[in-house]
Design a protein around this ligand. Structure first.
Ligand code: GLU
Length: 368
């Protein structure tokens, strides 16, 4: 039902679907998958595929073990593997006459508003041209501090900036279970999740996929981004052939339902930032002002954490480190260190130059 009602769909493919434990490429699976894609295109859907596998295919080509790779080497391996990955896609999708393009993103491409808007425009134009973009992180360029690191969160941010209606994370787990299904017979697959509460986080910790627990955490992070972006998201097992057809017919996966959001696209982008650069700890008076929709002033700021520039994403927390809002800072972290706790009319005296009077303007801030 969710798929049927969606116009723009993002499908994320994990490496384990493309290459098995013995490092054999799952050609037959990919060929069957093209049938799913063809069917969606015939139904006039806009599609984006986010595919992992550059590092896995690079390792295969060089006969290396992925586990022992250091970052700088993995960047070179990804550069070698990405072309293998696209070659595999192109060769296979050609058989069904599906047109493909490639987009490699770095974290800044979604975290900077101007670049995110650019990326959206490119997606829209590719849809109009009838091409399916295959997206991956630009692993050859990204370093550990400026990396998504996983394609689950990358896919959710792609879904958000492209205003997608639906994201499907295909991997080697069926979805989220109440317990580890390999140990407990009474473990149940959760079909629909409206709220990601503590219970859900506990289930995610206990749920073990083939590649350990880490995988579920990034999927839940991705679900959070989708929920506030008005995008429905599924965690589904993609190992069997025609996974999308199976989801439509059997609905054997976990769906995360979006929250109703009155936020405009810019505010959705602010709130779902993947990598806020810093934190401001503010006092109770400032929290109350935020709740009334007011801007954040220097007077209410107790502490600054992290190093950031003007325009960077930052988190706004209370003294117990509970997050209350996110916003774009009008000042650098160094400037805020000098003006925190002070009345706005002192800013000129403290900094020696004219600036804005709000540290975060209300239009650049979203309450959580
Ligand atoms: N971008 C990585 C690759 O193509 C994959 C990241 C992930 O597995 O989530 O190898």
């Amino acid at each position: 039902m969710y798929l049927k009602n969606s116009k723009t769909i993002v499908i994320k493919i994990g490496s384990s679907l493309l290459i098995d434990d013995k490092k054999t490429i799952r050609q037959k699976w990919l060929l069957e998958f093209t049938k799913d894609i063809k069917e969606l295109l015939n139904n006039k859907k806009n599609l984006i595929i986010v595919s992992s596998g550059a590092i896995a295919l690079g390792c295969k080509k060089l006969n290396l073990n992925k586990k022992n790779l250091k970052l700088d080497k993995s960047q070179a391996v990804a550069s070698i593997g990405q072309i293998e990955l696209m070659n595999l896609f192109k060769k296979t999708f050609n058989k069904k006459k599906i047109n493909l393009s490639q987009i490699l993103l770095t974290l800044e491409d979604t975290e900077q508003r101007r670049r995110a808007i650019n990326a959206k425009r490119t997606f829209d134009n590719l849809f109009k041209l009838g091409f399916v973009p295959i997206v991956n992180e630009n692993d050859s360029i990204a370093t550990s501090e400026i990396k998504y690191g996983d394609n689950d969160r990358l896919a959710s941010r792609v879904a958000q900036i492209s205003s997608a209606d639906c994201l499907i994370l295909l991997s080697d787990v069926d979805g989220l279970y109440t317990k580890n299904p390999k140990i407990y017979k009474d473990a149940k697959l959760i079909k629909e999740i409206k709220n990601i509460d503590l219970n859900i986080e506990q289930f995610a910790k206990k749920s073990i996929g083939k590649h350990g627990t880490g995988g579920m955490k990034t999927k839940i992070d991705a679900a959070r981004i989708c929920q506030i972006s008005g995008c429905v998201m599924a965690i589904a097992n993609g190992l069997s052939e025609r996974p999308i057809k199976i989801i439509s017919q059997k609905n054997n996966c976990t769906w995360f339902l979006p929250k109703i959001s009155k936020l405009d696209a810019r505010k959705k982008w602010i709130i779902s930032s993947i990598a806020p650069k810093g934190e401001l700890i503010i006092d109770e008076g400032a929290i109350n002002a935020l709740k009334k929709g007011k801007s954040l002033l220097a007077a209410g700021i107790k502490q600054v954490k992290g190093k950031f520039n003007k325009g960077d994403h930052i988190k706004i927390l209370d003294k117990n480190m509970t997050e209350h809002a996110r916003g774009l800072s009008s000042f650098t972290s160094d400037e805020i260190s000098k003006i925190k706790g002070q009345h706005s009319n002192k800013i000129f005296e403290l900094l020696g130059y004219i600036t804005k009077s709000e540290v975060i303007h209300k239009d650049d801030m979203v309450e959580i």
